[in-house]
Design a protein around this ligand. Structure first.
Ligand SMILES: NC(=O)CC[C@H](N)C(=O)O
Length: 504
């Protein structure tokens, strides 16, 4: 199990790297995360919905992504409310306070999914969530030490040295755990290091002395290593945009509070000559060459937010001036004339932006699929994840053109499909078209495609593990589990209080 001192320590990346590193040695390996909280999800071949990070880790492992790899997915729709996906299918809604009753069934599902994977694969790399030292949640935990204890997993604790405090975070994480949990914590891995290794060494020596555990590697800062993140709009990894062969195409993507499938933007940000700014500023939306409304977990609520921010006016002005606007899934729904939503927001019928001749009706049943088609002569594969179904609002009209199961009218484009910009030929052709609509002399350059770049990135992470981690020790942990006799770092009072805490 890969646990971390904090969120964003690099657990997902290291898990993907370990999967790739093992797969390259011919090991049949699968990723696993009991429970992921994210609105970035993906549809597997069997129709199951899982977190995007686990999907990418499966790609790293060369394994077919499946629901067992991420049996519980929580999709936050508000601060205290999450839509729960269990084994790839909608299970219900949970409020923060429902956890105590909801968890037992979810934990059971997670445990049996891991058992299934262990039957079918040589190795399963489990990713924890947040920090294993969230001891207020320990009694109901089935993602971190609760899972490790249940399945007797050796645990590696990863820390992000770029943020500082990594030695304290590592020793403190260990010390807060109760003895039987500590017994599984087998070593540390420093991540995102970009300093002088000689200066770090004495710190690592002290950490090893204090904790009685080895530091199994210091992985370098990898500028281009990013993963389809659990965090919305963390496409920073693709930024630092390269110049293209013509002018720069400036894209403004609206930062919805409940943005979903924000990974749709990654291939745009990676395209040479395209700069993507994620923004809530109407002036930026107005000035961009292309404005994108991405997906959202809460179409009606985020539409209200967009109106409050004054972004509606900017979008209307763009449409009137023939400047390109693209809506994707939830963002596409917003472009309709009316949205009838008794399901997601319960708001009933609300007016949409009215920029496309459509009406949206939310259905109880969730549409999950992996559609494919073409735009002009370019093949496109995508995926869809939505409750809202889009219909034409009146008789057939001749000012609209089909566009990837959606439509285009003049410079306003909308599709219900996610992931379409990963199709290299389509992306370049479509961007050329909207650059023309925006009057920008952007031209595609011949660079490796998005998929090729992603593969290269996964290999680079695996290379870093090969080069900078004690791979013999990692293999030994995988083979034999946590070594016996790991010392207990005592903080006695804490354990007592932790055990008395109410179930979380
Ligand atoms: N992925 C999305 O953007 C979903 C849109 C909307 N929340 C729906 O469920 O229909």
């Amino acid at each position: 199990m890969v646990a971390g001192t904090t969120s964003d320590a690099g657990k997902s990346t290291v898990t993907a790297g370990l999967c790739r590193w093992l797969a390259r040695q011919g090991v049949r390996v699968a990723p696993f995360k009991s429970q992921n909280m994210s609105n970035n999800s993906m549809v597997c071949a069997d129709g199951a919905e899982i977190g995007r990070a686990q999907w990418l880790q499966a790609v790293a492992a060369g394994a077919e992504p499946e629901s067992a790899m991420n049996p519980v997915l929580l999709k936050p729709g508000g601060d205290r409310r999450s839509h729960v996906v269990l084994r790839g299918k909608p299970w219900g809604e949970l409020l923060a306070g429902d956890w105590a009753t909801g968890r037992a069934a979810l934990a059971e599902a997670a445990y049996s999914a891991l058992a299934e994977l262990r039957d079918r694969f040589d190795v399963v790399i489990c990713e924890g969530a947040g920090s294993p030292a969230e001891i207020n949640l320990r009694s109901g935990d089935y993602v971190n030490m609760g899972l490790a204890r249940h399945a007797d997993l050796p645990v590696l604790v990863i820390g992000d040295i770029d943020r500082g405090g990594v030695l304290a975070a590592m020793s403190g994480t260990l010390a807060l755990l109760e003895p039987a949990d500590q017994a599984l914590v087998s070593g540390f891995l420093v991540n995102k290091f970009r300093g002088d290794p000689e200066l770090l060494r004495p710190g690592l020596d002290s950490l090893e002395q204090v904790t009685g555990r080895p530091v199994l590697g210091v992985l370098p800062w990898l500028a281009e290593a990013w993963l389809d993140s659990e965090d919305a709009l963390a496409m920073a990894g693709w930024r630092g945009h390269q110049p293209g062969s013509g002018a720069t195409l400036r894209v403004a993507a609206v930062r919805f509070p409940r943005v979903s499938n924000a990974t749709d933007l990654d291939p745009l940000a990676a395209e040479p000559g395209v700069s993507v700014e994620v923004t809530a500023d109407p002036d930026v939306v107005a000035a961009a060459d292309l404005a994108v409304l991405p997906g959202t977990r809460s179409t009606v609520d985020d539409l209200a937010w967009l109106r409050e921010r004054g972004i509606e006016r900017a979008l209307r002005a763009r449409a009137a001036d023939g400047k390109p606007v693209l809506g994707i899934c939830g963002g596409y729904q917003m472009l309709a004339e009316t949205i009838d939503d008794p399901v997601e927001s319960g708001a009933g019928s609300v007016p949409g932006l009215g920029l496309l001749p459509l009406v949206v009706r939310f259905e109880e049943d969730k549409s999950l699929g992996r559609p494919s088609g073409a735009w002009r002569e370019h093949p496109v594969r995508g995926y869809e994840i939505h409750h809202g179904v889009v219909h034409p609002s009146g008789a057939a009209r001749d000012d609209v053109e089909p566009f990837l199961d959606g439509i285009r009218r003049s410079a306003v484009w909308g599709t219900i499909w996610h992931g379409v910009f990963e199709n290299d030929d389509f992306r370049r052709a479509w961007l050329s078209e909207v650059a023309g609509q925006a009057g920008v002399d952007w031209r595609p350059s011949a660079t490796p495609g998005f998929g090729a770049r992603r593969e290269a990135m996964l290999d680079r992470i695996a290379d870093a593990i090969d080069e900078h981690a004690d791979t013999a020790a990692l293999l030994e942990l995988i083979e034999s589990g946590a070594p016996a006799g790991l010392p207990w770092v005592r903080l006695e009072r804490v354990y007592r209080e932790q055990r008395q805490a109410p179930a979380g």
